[in-house]
Design a protein around this ligand. Structure first.
Ligand SMILES: *Cc1c(COP(=O)(O)O)cnc(C)c1O
Length: 219
């Protein structure tokens, strides 16, 4: 299927209240432009170097989301233009984003990434850490960031029940934190599991290969 067909198929599966983040990592600027021309404005990248290279070559009204693990020393390279950093997994990183955003006199939206998967490899805060960090944020003076929600990735498995359990865990935390300060975004679900994520309450999904095709890491 073509990118256009893929994109339309995905869009048709999403309820109106669910935001689509088109994950364009490893795919060329031409493919991103193609999806942009179909109306998509929100794109996700996981590497600082890659998004730095791509953003000057593409329309200015693209909202770039960083979705991959971010090292504090690289925040400065994206602070001027990034819309949302979905992968905040430490207080140190939160402070750094606040500091760098201040240099441009702007506000960067962030999501706290929470570890819900069983796999050891996945980044993210433990639930208790996320609660504590959110509390600090509520009490603190972070004038150049706004925590707008939570992000999580389920275990890579065929076991739908397992995936559902993990997404529901994050939805519960989202509701709990929302009762303290209203949050907009619950980002969960990728190409293989976004329908389940939406059933579990996601209102933002990060879809890459189902739009752009398989990623070729050998190039
Ligand atoms: C790559 C990636 C995605 C998209 O994955 P697909 O399976 O290609 O849809 C979503 N979220 C994160 C954090 C990713 O790194």
């Amino acid at each position: 299927m073509s990118i256009q067909e893929n994109y339309n198929t995905i869009k048709n599966q999403l309820p109106d209240n669910v935001q689509l983040v088109a994950v364009s990592k490893t795919h060329p600027v031409s493919a991103i432009q193609e999806v942009y021309d179909l109306g998509q404005r929100v794109f996700g990248e996981n590497k600082v170097q890659e998004v730095m290279e791509k953003h000057p070559l593409l329309p200015k009204d693209i909202q770039w989301h960083v979705i991959g693990h971010l090292q504090t020393n690289k925040v400065k390279y994206i602070a001027e233009f990034v819309d949302t950093i979905q992968s905040v997994d430490s207080e140190k990183l939160l402070l750094e984003i606040n500091k760098e955003a201040a240099k441009y006199d702007r506000k960067i939206k962030v999501l706290l990434q929470v570890k819900i998967a069983e796999e050891e490899s996945k980044f993210g805060l433990e639930t208790e850490e996320a609660k504590a960090l959110f509390q600090k944020y509520l009490e603190g003076t972070y004038s150049n960031i706004e925590i707008t929600g939570l992000m999580g990735m389920a275990t890579f498995t065929d076991n739908e029940q397992q995936i559902r359990k993990e997404f529901s865990l994050l939805k519960n935390l989202f509701d709990e934190l929302s009762s303290q300060k209203s949050l907009n975004t619950l980002s969960m679900g990728m190409s293989d599991d976004f329908p389940i994520a939406i059933e579990c309450g996601a209102n933002s999904v990060r879809v890459g290969s189902a739009i752009f095709g398989r990623r070729d890491y050998t190039k």
